[in-house]
Design a protein around this ligand. Structure first.
Ligand code: DUR
Ligand code: ZN
Length: 132
């Protein structure tokens, strides 16, 4: 399947508009792509108890799994700053549960610039993985 990184990043930037981020003021959007082309989006949802906050990536995964999807070929993450949005350690572990070895991870900034990684590059010493 041909993966359009620019389009995924654009959709992640759109998803970031719905972020609830009054504490960090850092808005993040994520879009995850299933093998059949279906996409699910998420945004960060913060809480005054900061550790109860949910990242955009995990929100997108929860949307997808809730709809019956557990395998993905790409994910795009876009943050509201000029630096790329790299998934936090908890999100890397959650992604390890569902991503394939060759799943592309697009880390983007607010103007659509992005870098592409695999999960093995972001989580080299994973302690548990569902990687196929
Ligand atoms: O890849 C990332 C990085 C950060 N955040 C969120 C978590 C928190 O709400 C805010 C600041 O870290 O950004 C994400 O959603 N995804
Ligand atoms: Zn995270």
């Amino acid at each position: 399947m041909k993966i359009n990184g620019m389009k995924l990043v654009q959709l992640a930037r759109e998803a970031a508009k719905n972020a609830y981020a009054p504490y960090s003021c850092y808005r993040v959007g994520a879009v995850i792509l299933a093998p059949d082309g279906k996409m699910f989006c998420g945004c960060n949802v913060e809480n005054v108890a900061f550790s109860a906050s949910i990242c955009a990536e995990r929100a997108a995964v929860a949307q997808a799994v809730s709809a019956g999807y557990t395998e993905f070929v790409a994910i795009a993450i876009a943050g509201s700053g000029m630096e790329m949005a790299y998934p936090c350690r908890i999100c890397r572990q959650v992604l390890a549960e569902f991503l394939r070895k060759d799943t592309k991870i697009f880390c983007a900034n607010s103007v659509g610039k992005y870098e592409v990684f695999t999960l093995e590059e972001l989580l080299p010493y994973r302690f548990y993985t569902g990687l196929k």
